[in-house]
Design a protein around this ligand. Structure first.
Ligand code: ATP
Ligand code: MG
Length: 295
């Protein structure tokens, strides 16, 4: 796949004008004209090889890191996107963190605390399967979660979400200024497709383990979630840390878009293997001679 084809598909879903973003303009069923799952799988396989090469350069460079944030409603395909997109990558260079309901210890700290500890080190790719963005999504939809956060009452006014957006933007800017490349993906599944996937978790015995009554209950809040997602994207899409809103009714398509967005982003870093200078070259030659002569 050529560089420009990679970037074209990914660019289509990158949010460019934050204020103008409307969820209703994106169709979860969209496939950008790609109809063949088989062809997409071939294209993904090429992409996986390309990503492996880019990751190995990132690791060798040991300066920048890549943070991939993935947010979605249940059954949108977060896990399978991670599994497929990262399938060729050296496990030493990547860390996936799945953020669940916060622990008592985590609730005793500010909302970015637990994510700070899981940031990718230089040379690494870090994947956040859910993230600090839950703090303006599930916590917004369920105000009782906010109440559990031990915050002084006078600090939790009507501007609390505005403040959280601002803090997230500032924190991301700080990270970007320190070499963290941030790419954020909202896997946008439709309510109807989510229902189909829940039904298949009930109907197919090998998927039964994935079923959760709580996930079905959450569907009652679909509209509030979509409003929260839209507001989040409008307020936290920046040039330096963009959101991609990826149609997620077809898992094969979702994976391809995520892979190509990452490839495009990492290619733009011009990652080079560190070069050795003349002095080091002489040292390497000396080491080679010694190995052959004495060893
Ligand atoms: P899977 O179901 O595929 O294992 P998951 O990400 O849905 O993956 P679960 O353990 O089912 O994992 O759910 C995690 C839950 O934790 C989600 O409902 C999510 O909204 C919730 N959660 C994550 N972060 C927070 C937070 N900061 N505050 C409150 N709830 C949170
Ligand atoms: Mg779940």
């Amino acid at each position: 796949m050529t560089k420009s084809a990679n970037s074209r598909l990914a660019e289509r879903y990158r949010v460019k004008k934050a204020n103008a973003f409307r969820l209703k303009k994106i169709d979860p069923n969209d496939r950008a004209g790609l109809e063949s799952e088989e062809k997409a799988a071939e294209r993904l396989a090429e992409g996986v090889l390309r990503l492996a090469d880019l990751q190995s350069r990132l690791y060798a460079e040991h300066k920048r890191s890549v943070l991939v944030v993935i947010q979605a409603m249940d059954a949108a395909g977060k896990d399978s996107a991670i599994k497929h997109v990262m399938s060729g990558i050296n496990p030493q260079g990547v860390m996936v963190t799945s953020f669940k309901q916060p622990s008592a210890e985590e609730l005793d700290h500010d909302f970015l605390w637990r994510c700070n500890q899981r940031l990718p080190a230089a040379g690494h790719i870090g994947i956040f399967n859910r993230s600090y963005y839950e703090e303006v999504l599930v916590v917004r939809v369920h105000p009782e979660y906010l109440e559990a956060q031990h915050l002084p009452e006078e600090l939790v006014g009507k501007n609390v979400w505005k403040h959280r957006f601002e803090d997230i933007r500032n924190w991301e800017r700080h990270l970007v200024r320190n070499g963290v490349v941030i790419r954020k993906f909202f896997l946008y599944v439709s309510r109807a497709e989510q229902k189909r996937r829940f039904l298949s978790r009930l109907d197919e015995p090998e998927k039964n383990w994935k079923f959760s009554e709580a996930d079905v209950k959450e569907r009652a809040h679909w509209k509030q979630y979509m409003r929260a997602y839209e507001d989040m994207i409008q307020n936290t899409s920046t040039d330096e840390a963009p959101w991609y809103v990826v149609p997620a009714d077809h898992k094969w398509f979702t994976r391809l878009v995520v892979a190509e967005a990452l490839i495009h982003s990492m290619e733009s870093l011009d990652l080079e293997y560190p070069r050795v200078d003349k002095k080091r070259k002489r040292e390497l030659s000396a080491a080679r001679r010694e190995l052959i002569e004495n060893g």
